[in-house]
Ligand binder design. Structure first.
Ligand code: ADP
Ligand code: MG
Length: 485
């Protein structure tokens, strides 16, 4: 159940969750410098003097980051602010050489928006989004490389991030997981973030509080940098329980920042919560306020791709079940593949082949969709052969196995193995007659009322034909012969 209440010793509790998602903008270079923003380079190989916080260096805004922030804002149904301001958020950290992070505070580039999340029981829910702003990432301290030294890697320093802040409107771990899943799909469709949580290009700060149903919001704790959807759920479940125990034990929740221990599945105190005024935000004197023209926003709006919700509706209208549609839509790469397969083909049949046969074969071979030996066009050709009665669905599975193993086209395999369906009524009639001749006792049983035997006759004919007889024709012929006394 989505909106489940938690039982405590003293009654029921409701959890309240708000998420801050940091999504790395998909660009070649950093937010204010020309250094590469790619993942995985040797330590400190991608650091410009700006990223290293050298005195006198001037930041220059990366236009593509601004475009992507606007594109994302439009994709989450949000208001775009034509006027926004970059501010310095001051704090000390060994991996923050500037001594401040350039972020946006009072005037973010994107204001209120919302996304619709899909829940397991088939229902959906709208979750509000407070804002989206652009900011720099910090570097990374490495404490596990040397017994007595810490190292600093500044490759990440200055990488472009979009911080997307939800309203505190989720009430279960399931809803939070569905929110991250949907947001990630939207970012991938838009092409503004790759959404790879294991590479850190998408990370979540999870805010959790509990309250009695219907009461005011409780005090929240923020769990920092959770890097998988499963951990988001686990952290929420643990943290809500912990807070209930504290309150029911007569204690109080203090607002603080906590860490999720992925091995133990627990959260622990990291530091007490700082407030905005602790950071001494002020407008960055090196950067002018960002002023956008409405036309810039309108042009981006015109170029938006079809997003998951719209695609899902369209796929359902084309004949897919809501379940199949949501499975496909959840994965951008898979739905793109599906649409190529379904081009000029029956949508339902195409969906079955992609989600069952192909996915099954890929899993078995431990391959990704991008490594599929059968291309979308090839799979589409196979399905067309089923639809135009060249081969039966059963033979198609054989052909598919061969395609998967060899990469050959369906038509070539059907041709060389002589798998074409027999639609010559004379040839089929011959087999039907043979089967009837061999089974006089079964015919008598059938005629005396054992209708179920019909399937037996069909099976025998198909078997004798090597699976190649057209099943519809076999049915028709058998029916007319068995029913004439
Ligand atoms: P900060 O940077 O101080 O954490 P933000 O405004 O960036 O502040 O983010 C606050 C986040 O905490 C939002 O996602 C919001 O929905 C969530 N939040 C605020 N109050 C609560 C609460 N009582 N319980 C759960 N989440 C909350
Ligand atoms: Mg926060």
């Amino acid at each position: 159940m989505a909106h489940a209440l938690l039982k405590g010793e003293t009654g029921e509790w409701e959890m309240v969750i708000g998420l801050e998602v940091h999504a790395q903008v998909l660009t070649k270079s950093k937010l204010f410098s020309g250094a590469s923003a790619d993942f995985g380079a040797a330590p400190n190989a991608q650091v410009s003097p700006v990223d290293a916080g050298m005195p006198g260096m001037l930041p220059v805004i990366n236009k593509l980051c601004v475009e992507h922030a606007v594109r994302t804002g439009l994709g989450i149904n949000a208001a775009i602010n034509l006027y926004s301001v970059f501010e310095r958020k001051n704090y000390f950290y060994p991996d923050l050489p500037q001594g401040y992070q350039i972020s946006q505070y009072a005037h973010p580039i994107v204001g209120n928006g919302f996304i619709e999340i899909d829940l397991q029981d088939g229902s959906s829910k709208v979750v509000g989004i407070e804002r989206l702003h652009l900011e720099q990432d910090a570097g990374k301290s490495l404490h596990d490389q040397h017994p007595s030294k810490s190292y600093v890697d500044l490759n990440r320093s200055g990488n472009p991030l979009m911080e997307i802040v939800s309203k505190p409107e989720m009430n279960s771990a399931e809803e939070a997981a569905a929110y991250v899943t949907k947001l990630r799909a939207i970012l991938r469709y838009l092409g503004t973030c790759d959404g790879n949580m294991d590479e850190g290009s998408m990370r979540c700060d999870v805010n959790v509080s509990v309250r009695r149903p219907g009461e005011e919001l409780g005090t929240r704790c923020e769990i920092k940098n959770v890097n998988s959807i499963r951990f988001v759920s686990q952290a929420i479940e643990y943290e809500a329980r912990r807070q209930i125990e504290v309150i029911e034990g007569g204690g109080k929740i203090t607002q603080e920042t906590r860490l999720f221990d992925t091995k133990a599945g627990t959260t622990r105190t990291m530091r007490s919560k700082e407030d905005a005024h602790d950071y001494r935000y002020f407008p960055d004197p090196d950067l002018l306020p960002l002023k956008l023209e409405q036309k810039f926003v309108d042009d981006i709006k015109k170029s938006l791709p079809e997003l998951p919700d719209a695609k899902k509706k369209r796929l359902i209208a084309s004949g897919l079940s809501p379940y199949d549609a949501s499975v496909l839509v959840a994965d951008k790469e898979r739905v793109d593949f599906f649409e190529k397969v379904a081009n000029n083909n029956d949508a339902k049949l195409a969906a079955n082949w992609v989600t069952t046969e192909l996915t099954g074969a890929l899993n078995k071979a431990e391959k990704e969709l991008s490594q599929s030996p059968v291309s979308a066009v090839q799979l589409g050709e196979l399905i067309a052969l089923i639809s135009n009665d060249t081969i039966s669905g059963k033979i198609a599975k054989e052909v598919f196995a061969e395609m998967f193993a060899t990469g050959k086209n369906a038509a070539a395999i059907v041709e060389s193995k002589g798998l074409k369906q027999v639609t010559d009524s004379g040839a089929i009639e011959k087999i039907v007659d043979e089967v009837l001749r061999e089974n006089p006792d079964k015919i008598a049983e059938y005629r005396s009322g054992k209708d179920k035997l019909f399937g037996f006759f069909v099976g025998q004919v198909l078997k004798k034909s090597g699976g190649k007889a057209n099943p519809g024709m076999v049915n028709d012929l058998l029916k007319s012969k068995l029913n004439q006394q």
